[in-house]
Design a protein around this ligand. Structure first.
Ligand code: NIG
Ligand code: FE
Length: 410
């Protein structure tokens, strides 16, 4: 590993995301060496920094944000469908007539793995500039073995080119039915479980498995072979459930011990109870429901069941045409009624835990040094800046990966 310069970070408000809230330390210091947080606390208790340390300071410092649900390895643009939808066309109807996810499939199939990797790297750099250092990235726009492999290999290439970031690849095996399946959902789901999944797993291309369980997507029965195989092999599950209709996805996720269920606009009371009993996290995707003019998940019910909430961008060219986790955080507060504490935890510690990353998403001694220095006066302001970046400096694995001043320095 490349040696990194030790850092001393000074913050008026250090948002650690520890305990049950935000764990704010006022007038704080934090030291970083070899990519890890070595010390932190009130500034008046700070020992002398290592002599070679680079000092950085900001009013507000948080953990690097963690986007636990993205489709960032996409290609193409669906602006034409967006215009149709804004004029009243229905998302599910567009998908049924060969658009939607299948239109992104055509774009992914049409370009090379290298082109896809380049587009992904460029996108991730823009996301880093918004304060994100950890990314879950799904396949699911390839829809055949070769093209799903292309997406997953592009993610692997992006990780090699951006080694400071944490990229977590997910095989979204059941997303939509490709045209060559000729309407045979059962047969397609079997092929994915019996052919694509083992081949991609053999190549070590993913950490999680996902399936889109909904009335216009896949049923629990269709998803069961893939998901059970994945669980047996030790992969965690993260499932798209209840975006348009409740088809039993919550009960299924609980039965298989999924790490998270995402969207969650439609979950029955028994589904909620099952999720709570199984300790499944709920991934909220407020940009998608905003774009679709869809309903809000039953936040009060989720709270009553004590379900940990994750907030993610869902970055994709159809339902969440954004790359911005801070925008999702702002919408989680504005449209879903989350408190700032819930939303910030949902985009940091809870998101990291949903990815089984116990050493990230929090500022503690020994944690990975992923940090954001913000041009904001207080943590409550994190929920406000719609559509612009307020990240001054972003540190991932102890290295400065984005700095507003970089262009003018020197
Ligand atoms: O999370 N719900 C399904 N999948 C994605 C993106 C769909 C799309 O590309 O339109 C989502 O919204
Ligand atoms: Fe999604």
């Amino acid at each position: 590993m490349k040696p990194t310069v030790p850092l001393r970070v000074l913050a008026e408000r250090l948002v650690c995301c520890t305990g049950a809230g935000l764990g704010v330390i006022e007038s704080a210091f934090l030291d970083v060496e070899h990519g890890l947080i070595t010390r932190l606390g009130p500034r008046n208790e700070a020992p002398a920094p290592p002599p070679t340390a680079l000092e950085l300071s900001a009013e507000l410092v948080t953990p690097g944000l963690c986007d636990a649900h993205t489709h960032a390895a996409w290609a193409g643009s669906r602006h034409n469908e967006y215009a149709l939808r804004m004029a009243g066309a229905d998302y599910e109807a567009i998908a049924k007539s060969g658009g939607g996810i299948v239109s992104s499939m055509r774009a992914v199939r049409a370009i090379s793995e290298e082109q896809l990797a380049e587009q992904l790297v460029a996108r991730l750099k823009r996301m880093v500039a918004l304060g994100v250092t950890t990314f879950e990235i799904k396949s699911g726009y390839g829809l055949d073995l070769a093209s799903e492999r292309k997406q997953l290999r592009a993610i692997r290439t992006a990780q090699a080119r951006l080694p400071q970031l944490t990229l977590v690849p997910t095989f979204l095996g059941l997303h939509a039915l490709p045209p060559e399946a000729a309407g045979d959902r059962d047969g397609y789901a079997r092929t994915v479980a019996e052919e694509s999944y083992p081949a991609l797993s053999e190549e070590g291309l993913f950490r999680f498995v996902d399936a889109y369980l909904d009335r216009s997507a896949f049923s629990v029965a269709q998803a069961r072979p893939l998901c059970e195989r994945a669980r047996k092999d030790g992969f965690g599950l993260r499932l798209h459930i209840g975006q348009f209709a409740d088809v039993g996805g919550a009960e299924f996720a609980a039965e298989l011990g999924a790490l998270s269920v995402d969207h969650a606009e439609h979950i029955s009371p028994s589904g909620l109870a099952a999720l709570a009993a199984a300790g499944v996290r709920v991934g909220l995707l407020p940009v998608a429901s905003f774009t679709l003019r869809g309903p809000t998940p039953a936040i009060e019910e989720l709270r009553k069941h004590g379900l940990p909430l994750v907030v993610a961008s869902d970055a994709n060219p159809g339902t969440a045409p954004t790359e911005s986790l801070p925008l999702a955080l702002a919408f989680a507060v504005r449209n879903y009624g989350l408190s700032v504490t819930e939303a910030v935890r949902g985009a940091t510690v809870e998101a990291a835990l949903s990815l089984d990353l116990k050493n990230q998403g929090q500022l503690t001694v020994g944690a990975r040094a992923d940090l954001v220095l913000w041009d904001l006066p207080h943590e409550d302001a994190l929920a406000q800046p719609f559509g612009l970046s307020k990240a001054l400096t972003v540190i991932a694995g102890g290295e400065v990966v984005h700095s507003l001043y970089a262009a003018s320095s020197g």
